[in-house]
Write a protein that binds this ligand. Structure first.
Ligand SMILES: Nc1ncnc2c1ncn2[C@@H]1O[C@H](COP(=O)(O)OP(=O)(O)OP(=O)(O)O)[C@@H](O)[C@H]1O
Length: 302
């Protein structure tokens, strides 16, 4: 399968600062790509360039294997997006808001009912948008983005400001899009936990630079387990293990064993007991994906 989005060393400079610094995105057809980074990392700037709303300082963007710089209108016909807070006519109903956009796109009237159903707003189609919750407004924004049956959907922080149930609604909605409509989705977020269950691939940016880009499984591999030993004197005990070639570290009054095979753990415990340390407990500790994400974006090596 080809790449739906491919950027090559994309740069956007504001004055002296590079908000986006040599980003090479590679997004394959049919994936949900989670574009992650803390606030100010450069996600919105990248997305604005992908949507032709901002010109890159340097680098190139190919969408559907066409150069965005040359084929902008032809490409954007097949792209739907939700960027920042969308504006609606608050005194009009959801249906009337969709009708206004439908006329601009010149798509058949039947699309309105279809998209309302996709975002599960069919029951409130005749309710005024000013009475909508934030989550409902976001879903209406996605309905608008879907009106013209795009092949690619780009969502910039669609869960921002939503409560947990609103986040789950958006998550369930996005999950269905590739399977049901063969769509490719790019979704940005500053919280890995929000897109953890829907993304098939992840790109993590920090200070304008891409620091990780691969499948979510590859990211999970970094969530390897350590074994934690509660012992009588963790600093001395970990040194005793290190001297004998066992990779151990003392932290918060415990010894951390980073190699966690049964033999390795048994050997470490045997050594400690022989040396007269009391081993009270051995537990497994798994770092969450969120911990890994935070560690990565703070500039620490894994
Ligand atoms: N038009 C602009 N002029 C000058 N600086 C800008 C402009 N737009 C963005 N920046 C700067 O570029 C950097 C990246 O901002 P960007 O909005 O892309 O980050 P982000 O990852 O989307 O963060 P957030 O989640 O807060 O929106 C920030 O330091 C921001 O201040």
């Amino acid at each position: 399968m080809g790449h739906v989005i491919q950027t090559n060393q994309l740069v956007k400079q504001f004055g002296r600062e590079k908000a986006v610094d040599s980003i090479s995105l590679a997004i394959t057809e049919g994936e949900v790509y989670g574009f992650l980074g803390p606030n100010g990392a450069g996600k919105t700037t990248t997305i604005r360039m992908l949507l032709g709303l901002m010109k890159p300082t340097s680098g190139s963007i190919h969408i559907f294997n066409q150069d965005l710089n040359k084929e902008r209108i032809g490409i954007l016909k097949h792209v739907g997006s939700l960027v920042e807070n969308p504006s609606y006519y608050p005194h009009l109903t959801a249906k009337e808001n969709l009708e206004a956009i439908r006329k601009i796109y010149r798509v058949p009237k039947s699309r309105i009912g279809e998209v309302l159903e996709v975002v599960r707003l069919q029951d409130v189609a005749n309710k005024k948008v000013k009475e909508f919750s934030l989550g409902m407004k976001q879903r209406l924004g996605i309905a608008i983005a879907l009106l013209h049956q795009p092949k690619l959907l780009i969502l910039d922080e669609p869960t921002n400001g939503l409560d947990p149930s609103g986040i789950i609604e958006i998550r369930n909605l996005i999950k269905r899009l590739p399977e049901e409509f063969g769509m490719t989705v790019l979704i940005s977020s500053h919280l890995l936990s929000e897109i953890d269950q829907i993304a098939t691939s992840v790109g993590i940016i920090s200070e304008g630079k891409m620091i990780f880009q691969d499948s979510i499984e590859k990211l999970r591999e970094h969530a390897q387990q350590s074994v934690v030993l509660r012992v009588s004197d963790s600093i001395e005990a970990s040194q005793a293990l290190l001297i004998r070639g066992i990779n151990a570290e003392s932290q918060d009054g415990c010894v951390y064993l980073h190699e966690n095979s049964d033999e390795h753990v048994a050997q470490a415990i045997r050594m400690l007991v022989q040396d007269g340390y009391a081993v009270y407990r051995a537990e497994e500790e798994k770092r969450s994906l969120e911990d890994i994400f935070l560690q990565m974006t703070k500039g620490n090596a894994l």
